[in-house]
Design a protein around this ligand. Structure first.
Ligand code: MF3
Ligand code: CO
Length: 260
């Protein structure tokens, strides 16, 4: 069941969306060779709590961190750990913040120092695919239009789409209907209506699209261990307009000329 939001509720959701965006901006300042992902997790948790929010991933279904950590071949849902970032790694940071009863969800994949040009192209393409998906999110169109736009964009560039995981509605819960896949056919799926708040989050692989879940029951990685990238925004449809509630502007501010 899709819970449509009132304009007042969307206004409230801007608060949680802004806090999750600022959290990624804060984490961005600390991403460099030598830092552990556990340290990044602590920084994020303290930042969220200091700003009156609740780290919604922490304890969700038993998840042990504030941040989902996605290093190199990890697609989604990796745990914070004692792993130390190295020059040439990529790291996706995906997190959800609750503030005043609503959730905000965003993800950004960062380069750690100098990263191989081919991997940088994967990052750039995946981020562009997110915006292509947002562009396709129009009142009166369908969820399959978003899905198809993302898929077409990535596959034309010879990347592959992870199919087992998808975007979602969001509100008082982290995951609400509808599901927002990153592959599919135009003109299919639920109609996009005013009051819908959804997360679009392409997960794009350099090699095959196949994934495996590790023995911890959470960590999802590419089967061929080639890199995977992931970007996510929370957006709302109101009065026939699409509003992106989360922003990468704080990340841009933190990274300066390292922002791609
Ligand atoms: N942010 C993820 C998503 O987009 C969810 C995190 S799963 C959790 O669906 F368990 F860590 F919360
Ligand atoms: Co999400």
């Amino acid at each position: 069941m899709i819970y449509l939001k009132t304009p007042e509720q969307v206004q409230q959701m801007r608060t949680s969306a802004d806090l999750v965006s600022r959290t990624l901006g804060e984490v961005a300042r600390w991403i460099e060779p030598g830092v552990t992902t556990h340290r990044l997790d602590t920084i994020a948790r303290e930042f969220i709590q200091d700003n009156g929010g609740r780290p919604a991933c922490l304890g969700y279904g038993g998840f042990p961190g504030t941040l989902c950590i996605e290093v190199n071949e990890t697609v989604v849902h990796g745990f914070p750990s004692t792993y130390t970032l190295r020059e040439g790694d990529i790291i996706g940071i995906d997190t959800v913040v609750e503030k005043d009863g609503f959730m905000g969800d965003s993800c950004y994949t960062f380069a750690v120092g100098d990263v191989d040009a081919k991997v940088m192209d994967l990052l750039r393409t995946t981020k562009e695919a997110l915006y292509v998906g947002i562009e396709a999110c129009r009142e009166g169109k369908r969820i399959g239009d978003i899905a198809n736009a993302v898929q077409t964009y990535c596959e034309a560039r010879h990347y592959t789409i992870v199919r087992e995981m998808c975007g979602h509605g969001i509100g008082r819960d982290m995951h609400e209907d509808p599901e927002v896949p990153n592959y599919g056919r135009r003109g299919t799926g639920p109609v996009i209506r005013n009051g819908m708040v959804i997360c679009i989050e392409p997960m794009v692989n350099m090699g095959s699209r196949n994934i495996v879940i590790e023995g911890d029951g959470w960590t999802c990685r590419t089967r061929d261990r080639k890199p995977s990238a992931h970007y996510e925004h929370t957006l709302a449809v109101l009065d026939g307009e699409t509003h992106v509630l989360t922003t990468f502007d704080y990340i841009k501010e933190a990274l300066g000329d390292r922002f791609i």
